[in-house]
Design a protein around this ligand. Structure first.
Ligand code: PMP
Length: 465
């Protein structure tokens, strides 16, 4: 680890940004009078203040100051068809004009159709919708605990499954404890012991945990392509070891597909590994831009939430906006479109994603800045449209799991998490924490624009390394 002082760079960037964005700045000053830190999602609150977005079409945003910004964040990676795709907005506009869409509180045909589609595309036997990925993982864990009668939840270090109690351990790397600490005050005291954190893509570590406490593990929740934790696909060996061990010990395997679902194919990613989980969670892309999430899986487990077979043992009974009609209409429209155009969309997304990764790598290399790009898939997780930048201190450092990528002694996380977003934003490119993905609306010209922005950002950063 080198001692890099970014204070002058940060001041330079913040000044350049403030100069060009007076309206966003004024709105931020207003915002902090009413909202915690001036917004409702901490990650979105780019420092010193976030750009306030006024319009968004396809790959591009327009902010309140009139800048056109090329966006790779794309709605937390939900907007795989780009922002406000006509196929979804025109369907919603017609429905609203006909007086359909906001009459929440009933059941309708649409949610049946979306549920059927999800089951067909993922091999799940039952689906229940909810409104966020966070709720989906929480309910999946409750179902697993009730089904097994066990208390322990196994997850991987760096794995983000939303802000619910069982998911709030082992997310951010700390020099002293790695991924072994709680992330929040106010959690039930049991979480510290009940949640066990293992290492992503390390089958030996998984075997050890199961050998020691497999008969106490209610579930293993893991992403087939780890998102926030580093944008890396699980290896074939890892997921198959997970499936074998969970079978052997009667533990519920939950694949969290909130990012991966419908991102690599028009269905779950687990299928490409030949893995059928007991439960899977979906969100983001499945909503077509609206707040839709789902738990999907084996009938025997899912029915614990139902009044018929399960006696409503698990209170996954729904909320005001569950299967909201306008959301279901957006979901149906988006999923149907993805299924119909699957053969065209996914190879194109993958090719553009690869072009983005290569372009970024080349831009930083030109300035002599070693950058490690994750997001690349492999022979099973083909067509990855995502990228994440990491800046290792030593070019030969092994970077195979979140423990390497997020250790500030190994990679310059200040650069990737604090400096780069702003350095790119002043070049009209939006990424968050150095990660992003392409949508169907990004073009080769957009990737060139990204490359130019990276080159200019690299030039600005270089003197501080
Ligand atoms: N699981 C994964 C893998 C996620 O990436 C996220 C969100 N980034 C969640 C769950 C939580 O989803 P939400 O933000 O919709 O609550």
């Amino acid at each position: 680890m080198k001692n890099r002082d970014y204070t002058p760079l940060l001041a330079e960037l913040a000044e350049a940004y403030a100069r060009r964005s007076p309206r966003s700045r004024a709105l931020h000053e207003q915002a902090i009078r009413y909202m915690v830190d001036g917004g409702s999602h901490t990650l979105r609150l780019v420092q010193p203040f976030p750009p306030r977005i006024a319009a968004a079409h396809g790959a591009w945003l327009t902010d309140e100051d009139g800048h056109r910004i090329l966006d790779f964040w794309q709605g937390h990676l939900a907007n795989v068809l780009g922002h406000n795709p006509a196929v979804v907005t025109s369907t919603l506009a017609r429905a609203f004009a006909d007086g359909f869409g906001l009459q929440t509180g009933f059941t309708d045909r649409l949610q049946v159709e979306v549920a059927e589609l999800l089951c067909q595309r993922t091999g799940a036997e039952r689906v229940r919708f909810t409104t966020s990925g966070t709720l989906a993982t929480m309910y999946a864990i409750m179902l697993a605990r009730a089904f097994t009668g066990r208390d322990r939840v196994l997850k991987v270090g760096g794995g983000w499954h939303g802000g619910q109690p069982w998911a709030l351990k082992g997310i951010n790397f700390q020099a002293t404890s790695g991924f072994q600490h709680l992330e929040s005050d106010g959690l039930p005291a049991t979480v510290a012991d009940e949640v066990i954190v293992t290492r992503f893509n390390d089958p030996d570590a998984l075997r050890d945990v199961f050998r020691q406490q497999g008969d106490r593990l209610a579930c293993f929740i893991v992403e087939p392509f780890i998102g926030v934790g580093g944008f890396m696909p699980a290896t074939h060996d890892y997921l198959h070891t997970a499936r074998t061990l969970t079978h052997q010990y009667g533990t519920v395997l939950i694949l969290d597909e909130v990012i991966a679902g419908f991102r690599f194919r028009a269905g779950d990613l687990g299928a490409l590994y030949g893995i059928r989980p007991d439960l899977a969670t979906f969100g983001k892309i499945i909503g077509g831009g609206m707040p839709v999430a789902a738990v999907a899986g084996r009938a025997e487990i899912m029915e614990l939430a139902g009044g018929r077979a399960g006696g409503g043992r698990v209170k996954f009974s729904g909320g005001t906006y569950s299967a909201h009609p306008a959301s279901m209409l957006a979901a149906k429209t988006c999923l149907t479109y993805l299924v119909q155009h699957e053969a065209d969309i996914y190879p194109r997304l993958g090719a553009l994603g690869e072009q983005a990764r290569q372009t970024i790598r080349a831009a930083f290399a030109e300035e002599g800045i070693p950058v490690h790009l994750t997001g690349t898939g492999h022979d099973l997780a083909l067509h990855s449209s995502m990228f994440m930048l990491h800046f290792p201190y030593a070019p030969t450092a092994p970077l195979n799991n979140p423990e390497d990528l997020f250790d500030p002694a190994v990679c310059d996380t200040t650069l990737s998490h604090k400096m780069l977003d702003l350095a790119l934003l002043v070049e009209d490119v939006f990424v968050l924490h150095s990660h992003g993905g392409v949508s169907t609306e990004h073009t080769a010209a957009d990737i060139e624009f990204l490359g130019e922005a990276c080159r200019r950002a690299a030039r600005r950063i270089k003197p501080y390394l």
